[in-house]
Design a protein around this ligand. Structure first.
Ligand code: GLC
Ligand code: GLC
Length: 825
């Protein structure tokens, strides 16, 4: 293979990815913030911040799909004589003597050097605080005294990120700021219904400022050469309408060898309705002053940063593997878990591919994300389950998305995605297995957020299962509704109007025969989980307080439904070499050898093999072999094969994509793990591993930094498939269910450490080349040090000792305290 250019490398000791060339093939970003205040930051300091909701509380402005790419962000301009430069290279793009961006766990450090001056900026959001800290350290490494002119820069967004980009007839007249000392306050719309404002502060006296964009930049200049900066003269402008910004001007003198810190703070404040103002039009700044006081020195900032690092230490200490394979260890121990946290926080809302205005939290997405995250902060997973379930309807259907700020279902998209309800079981079961906390089943949870409509969470699970059973088609397979997991398989949509959205357009569902084998498999997998859960309750593991039900009967009732589904799949869902994908509106096969294109799809292979449907008849093995034969390529497994080459009215959006992209034969990384888990359940460790390694970022980073394009430290949603123009190109990085599924796959199915109701089940499935490895796993109040000796086996645990004593079976019974486990395969 040709030698590829490298843009960076992993630094495992610091848990960082180190970017050494600012001109990466695409902006390589990181996320700051863990709970309420969030920022996106690229390797050149681009990106933006928001409070809780990237649509309704956007704090700084960002322009997507810009030219050049990734313009706008938090910029520091350093004017040293006639040279103006930025530590992150952009936007001036003055060639630097040194550049480095270190993306770490919820922080980013960007360092630039020019003409003997070093500027290093540490960006992070302190725990539990509503602000982004930017600690800038300027150091004079030259032998002369330096007189530098420093300008900061942030551009305010007028809160609602959607209207900010469209309603200019109003926007240009509403912008308002206040300036007090070294703090610039952004208070647009605060005079009326908003009770929140933002501020940008620096912990030193300033010699000037700007708050009006055009005055600072100049109408015919750009971020690369703002007039005020180029002339070294702030304008002290006050924004009234137009486009408010915040820029501090600071004159800095540094003796040779001298270094100075500046703490910049981008903060967000909410005031009580009756305490909004200090006097007419003057905002109440008490809370801002208090927040500033918490972070106004280097010492305080360093302490807050140390706390953030400890927080991540603790999170990443819960599951740790030592295999001796650095590429695997760094993904399992650091980046995969980190990405899971990010997807859990952001769902699919805000990335460099998701604008933050389109989608909120997905019902199915968030349930899946939970599995990647539940071991880290179970209480947040618990809350998320309740929030999600609260958007369900009494018939078990649910809103497809909800807004994080309001927690309300999103009316723009509505419901009708028939896989959605099953995911609630998937998420809830994962939570209970991790925590042993059955009490969540007793939580009273409303429908559609309507007070007074509350029933137990268990009841929500029950109606979720029933929603599938009550919506079966002519082959007794689940009706697909608007779509199943594949949002683009729109079998009831029939759209010829390019102005309507495939996702939301009115469906023709009367008389539909469109059924999904993906939902069938999902129903069997989650149905088995549901049955097991009911049995646990029936056996006295938990007695419900709020809702009663004969749990043994319920288990039997659902077992019957699961068995019937299995029969239906065997009878109507098998194509000879693989599982069918679906039946269309008219009852015609999709994903069959009889079809002209898209003869085989990945989703039903994944779910039906995970469900082990027809394993005894060789169906599982055949299906997995067919995935290798028809779907696999150098970069992973494609979604369908052959790709659609034309638009099919009866199938919808899936056939709208050119060949090899997205849902039309792209490598939709999210669903590769389903097949990998299918392989693991079938005991085929070599195959599981080879599929897994193909989409493991650390393997990709080594092979194709330029081809892949997007961040080499996280998974992306989609890699262009074998039919694409440039197979192997990645897109839609960060916010993808791939993160949680990769985690679930490697932690539970490959390395084989599975939380279960009564303890930890040990069931690895490995390539035969695997050598001994150790997993440290905190589980409830216990801590296990588990060493596995594979002895060349792909699957099958022969014996286990717990603290030196042999145990029966493969479940290590839970008991608090520290334990040592040895596993021989
Ligand atoms: C996107 C959506 C997810 C969907 C998938 C397949 O990742 O977020 O909900 O399942 O695409 O269409
Ligand atoms: C598009 C995408 C799909 C995504 C959906 C969400 O259809 O292709 O991946 O789930 O939009 O709205």
């Amino acid at each position: 293979m040709e030698q590829q250019k490298r843009y960076g490398h992993f630094d495992d000791q610091h848990r960082e990815y180190v970017i050494t060339d600012p001109q990466t093939p695409w902006p390589w970003i990181n996320y700051l913030g863990n709970e309420d205040f969030f920022s996106l930051i690229s390797n050149t300091a681009g990106g933006y911040s928001f409070y809780k909701d990237a649509k309704f509380r956007r704090i700084t402005r960002y322009r997507y799909n810009n030219v050049p790419m990734d313009n706008g962000g938090r910029y520091f301009y350093i004017k040293d004589g006639d040279t103006v430069w930025n530590p992150g290279w952009k936007p001036c793009k003055t060639p630097l003597d040194f550049y480095e961006c270190r993306h770490g766990m919820s922080y980013t450090r960007i360092t630039g050097r020019k003409n003997g001056v070093e500027a290093s900026v540490l960006f992070f959001v302190p725990l539990k605080k509503w602000c982004e800290v930017q600690k800038l350290t300027l150091t004079n490494n030259s032998s002369e005294t330096k007189h530098l002119k420093l300008f900061s820069f942030e551009e305010w967004c007028l809160w609602n990120a959607a209207t900010d980009m469209e309603n200019f007839q109003r926007n240009f007249s509403t912008g308002e700021v206040e300036i007090e000392g070294s703090t610039i306050y952004h208070k647009t719309e605060y005079r009326e219904r908003r009770n929140h404002y933002a501020f940008y502060h620096v912990n030193t006296a300033i010699q000037g400022f700007d708050t009006d964009r055009e005055t600072f930049v100049g109408l015919y200049n750009e971020f690369a050469d703002p007039q005020a900066v180029m002339e070294g003269k702030p304008r002290n402008s006050h924004a009234h309408g137009w486009s408010p910004i915040a820029s501090h001007y600071i004159e800095v003198t540094l003796a040779p060898g001298e270094s100075k810190d500046f703490v910049f703070l981008l903060g967000y404040i909410e005031n009580e309705q009756d305490k909004k103002f200090e006097s007419l039009q003057v905002i109440n700044k008490d809370k801002a002053h208090a927040l500033i006081a918490e972070l106004d020195t280097t010492e305080k900032v360093d302490k807050a940063f140390a706390e953030l690092c400890e927080y991540w230490d603790a999170l990443l200490n819960i599951y740790k593997v030592r295999t001796g394979n650095d590429k695997l260890d760094r993904m399992v121990n650091i980046w995969n878990q980190y990405q899971c946290m990010v997807t859990f926080n952001f769902s699919r809302s805000a990335s460099f591919f998701e604008s933050g205005v389109g989608r909120g939290m997905g019902f199915r997405d968030s349930n899946q994300d939970l599995v990647g995250f539940v071991h880290q902060i179970p209480p947040r997973a618990r809350q998320r389950i309740i929030d999600i379930a609260s958007t369900q309807f009494p018939d078990g259907g649910c809103y497809h998305q909800y807004q994080p700020l309001t927690k309300r279902g999103n009316n723009d998209i509505g419901g009708g995605f028939n896989d959605d309800p099953c995911w609630l079981i998937f998420g809830t079961v994962a939570y209970i297995k991790e925590t042993g906390d059955f009490s969540i089943l007793d939580e009273m949870v409303p429908f559609d957020n309507q007070p007074g409509s509350e029933v137990t969470l268990f009841e929500h699970l029950k109606i979720s299962m029933d929603h599938v059973i009550k919506n079966l088609g002519p082959h007794m397979l689940p009706l697909i509704g608007r779509a199943d997991w594949n949002d683009c398989l729109n079998l009831n949509c029939f759209s010829w109007d390019p102005n309507e959205s495939f996702q939301t357009t009115e469906n023709v569902s009367e008389g539909t025969k469109a059924e999904s084998l993906m939902i069938a498999g999902l129903f069997v997998v989650t149905g088995k989980d549901y049955v097991a859960l009911c049995k646990k309750i029936a056996n006295g593991q938990w007695s419900m307080v709020n809702g009663q039900c004969d749990f043994a009967d319920e288990a039997a009732r659902m077992q019957k439904a699961v068995d019937e589904m299995i029969e239906a799949v065997k009878k109507h869902g098998w194509d000879g070499e693989w599982y069918l994908r679906a039946y269309d509106f008219y009852g015609r096969k999709i994903g069959s050898n009889e079809c002209e294109e898209a003869k085989i799809f990945i989703e039903s292979q994944g779910w039906c093999t995970m469900a082990e449907i027809g394993a005894e008849d060789g169906m599982v093995a055949k299906s997995l072999d067919s995935c290798k034969k028809y779907l696999e390529c150098e970069h992973g497994m494609v979604l369908n094969n052959p790709a659609f080459t034309k638009y099919i009215y009866e199938y919808g959006e899936i056939s709208s994509y050119p060949e090899g992209y997205k849902e039309n034969a792209g490598i939709f990384c999210h669903n590769n793990p389903w097949v990998i888990i299918g392989e693991c359940i079938a005991g085929r460790g070599n195959d599981a591993w080879s599929h897994y390694a193909k989409i493991l970022p650390s393997y990709v980073e080594e092979k194709y930094q330029t081809l892949h394009k997007v961040e080499p430290y996280v998974n992306c949603q989609m890699v262009a498939g074998k039919d694409a123009f440039r197979p192997g190109e990645g897109k839609n990085s960060w916010l993808t269910g791939t993160a949680a599924w990769m985690w679930y796959t490697v932690s539970e199915f490959i390395l084989g450490i599975k939380p279960d109701y009564d303890g930890i089940r040990i069931d690895p499935c490995l390539p035969e080349t695997a050598t001994d490895y150790t997993v440290s796993r905190k589980f409830r109040d216990a801590e296990y040090e588990i060493t596995i000796h594979p002895n060349g086996a792909q699957k099958g645990v022969k014996s286990i000792t717990l603290d030196g004593q042999p145990i029966q079976g493969t479940v290590i019974p839970y008991s608090a305290g520290k334990h040592v486990v040895e596993v021989t395969m």
